[in-house]
Ligand binder design. Structure first.
Ligand code: GLC
Ligand code: CA
Length: 558
């Protein structure tokens, strides 16, 4: 068997992977927070949705200062999410219904509650306990100035000062994120060993893969060197900052002293050997914001990681030209390293798709069209919980907010809580069936129409709810997942492409109904799916098709 044929069989290459943010998915014990037993109780929902795998955001022991991305024990389950036995049952139960399980791993930092950090605080400057993190003396007469001028991605300085055992202010430690997330020193062998142990721990429990948090962090340049424009750099790294001139942003991002250093690849080559030493097709997917985006392909070279999130669509406009260029660029880049592309429309760190598309009925309409376009592309797709319900960002009052980004920027950046509101399941139950207690973030009252129960009850074939649209597209995409992609048309308003010889997909990003000529081979065709609610595209004489405004249509040749 040729290696190409073997490769096409790997489950993750064309998989739809559903991201679960466990705290907001399903509560099982009335404490207002989702948990692992809650996830187990909804596996049948996920199966019905048609996804191939779930990726769980962290459920490890954590003081939860950054939604669990501040891990204090990576090899245990936080009591808020359940017990270790629940994690094991979840993996087993998911496998029984044919769902793979991916877990998060957070190698850039540990919580300051981790025993290592506590030991570092109890030890002297220069000790082996401190060498696992980035501890340095400050500058200035009394060491009152941080070792360098880097800023935290979450706002404020990237350094905090500790109090030494004599009660005096002492050394500083580096934290690229919250002050409770101390960056690990990847030049230290203990750090390597500990993460390898965590990988094996979860692989032994049967997980199918890892999502690697801040995979481009880890290795840092010479630390005792100031950056020429630290505030500018932080702004350049923020997706929501749009008023920075392009050249300035590109120049700042082209050389970030703490991201995408060449040394990270050695780590992943080592990890890859661990994954490969296990039976089954274990995989890994990197969260790596790198610049230019072509550098992302370095992470998916054959002896490194398997997938890298492609965030182009996470920030994309509903604009044919922009989207076609993004698709083209992505396909070319990954082809160069023979890695499969991935597509991401939303996650727990970004505004929800419907909101990003402007909200309301029009935002929903564009989001549906965007989803059908994405689901028709080659490669893997990631679906963030609630995306399939067409949820928008939950409006929150500042009192409700919990994201450290909100606090560290003193409210200038509202943070990411809006995308993290709990899921609405049932129309009749209190808190829409998410919890019998008080949800940790309020669920908007108008999500009554958006519950899973409400969306399951749509009965007309040409008026699918968001959920039904996702169910259908996730099922139908399997027909052409492995088939060749080829462009048909790329204009300012229309994108068209084929998958194999039988399937064609068209998106119309304009507000007008538009007619497209179909290739001759599509003289006779049927409409598989159309994103426009309550309306079907019409075909006309000869091989042409009318595309509804803001829509994506899948057709199959007869
Ligand atoms: C990643 C996570 C995000 C977290 C950050 C720090 O970007 O997705 O939620 O805050 O890393 O761990
Ligand atoms: Ca709970």
């Amino acid at each position: 068997m040729s290696s190409a044929v073997e490769k096409s069989k790997l489950w993750w290459q064309e998989a739809a992977i559903y991201q679960i943010y466990p705290r907001s998915f399903q509560d099982s014990n009335g404490d207002g927070e989702g948990d692992l037993p809650g996830v187990i109780s909804r596996l049948s929902y996920l199966k019905e949705l048609g996804v191939d795998a779930i990726w769980l955001s962290p459920f490890y022991t954590s003081p939860n200062k950054d939604g669990g991305y501040d891990v204090s024990n990576p090899r245990d389950v936080d009591p808020r999410f359940g017990k270790m036995s629940d994690a094991v049952s979840l993996i087993d139960e998911a496998h029984k219904v044919g769902l793979r399980v991916i877990v998060d791993i957070v190698p850039n930092h540990f919580s300051t509650e981790h025993i290592w950090f506590k030991a570092a605080l109890d030890s002297k400057p220069g000790s082996k306990e401190r060498a696992r993190f980035h501890f340095y003396d400050g500058r200035g007469e009394d060491g009152e100035i941080p070792p360098n001028n880097w800023c935290s991605i979450f706002g404020g300085p990237a350094w905090s000062r500790v109090t030494e055992s004599d009660g005096k202010p002492g050394q500083w430690y580096l934290h690229l994120f919250d002050s409770t997330q101390a960056d690990l020193n990847w030049k230290n062998e203990d750090v390597h060993q500990d993460f390898e142990e965590s990988l094996r721990f979860w692989l032994d429990k049967g997980v199918d893969g890892f999502r690697i948090d801040v995979a481009h962090g880890l290795v840092k340049d010479e630390i005792l060197r100031d950056h020429r424009d630290p505030e500018g750099l932080t702004r350049a790294l923020r997706l929501d900052v749009s008023d920075m001139p392009r050249e300035q942003r590109e120049s700042l991002l082209s050389d970030v002293p703490f991201f995408d250093r060449d040394g990270v690849h050695e780590i992943y080559r080592k990890w890859r050997r661990i994954f490969d030493s296990y039976p089954g097709d274990r995989m890994s997917v990197a969260e790596a914001w790198v610049h230019p985006s072509s550098r992302a392909t370095l992470y998916v070279r054959p002896d490194e990681l398997h997938q890298i999130f492609n965030f182009d669509f996470l920030i994309a406009e509903w604009d044919a030209k922009f989207l076609a260029n993004a698709v083209d660029k992505t396909l070319q880049e990954v082809a160069a390293v023979s890695a499969p592309p991935t597509w991401v429309l939303s996650n727990h760190d970004s505004p929800r798709l419907v909101s990003r598309m402007g909200g309301e009925a029009l935002g929903e309409r564009k989001a549906r069209a965007m989803a059908l376009l994405t689901h028709a592309l080659p490669g893997g797709v990631y679906v963030f919980q609630g995306e399939e319900l067409g949820l928008s960002d939950a409006p929150l009052s500042d009192e409700d907010r919990q994201d450290p980004v909100f606090f560290r920027t003193k409210g200038a950046d509202k943070g990411r809580d809006g995308a993290r509101a709990p899921l609405p399941w049932s129309t009749s139950q209190t808190h829409f069936g998410f919890t019998s207690g008080r949800p940790w973030l309020p669920i908007p009252a108008d999500w009554r129409d958006k519950t899973v129960e409400a969306q399951k009850s749509f009965t007309e074939e040409n008026n699918l709810s968001f959920l039904q649209l996702y169910q259908k597209s996730l099922r139908l995409r399997k027909f052409f997942a492995a088939l060749e992609f080829s462009w048909l048309t790329r204009t300012n308003d229309v994108i068209g492409f084929t998958r194999g010889s039988e399937y064609a997909v068209y998106s119309n990003t304009s507000g007008q109904e538009l007619q497209v000529a179909l290739p001759e081979s599509f003289a006779a065709f049927e409409i598989m799916l159309c994103s426009a609610p309550g309306l079907q595209p019409r075909s006309s004489q000869g091989a042409s098709l009318w595309l509804p405004p803001h829509s994506t249509t899948w057709i199959k040749r007869l």
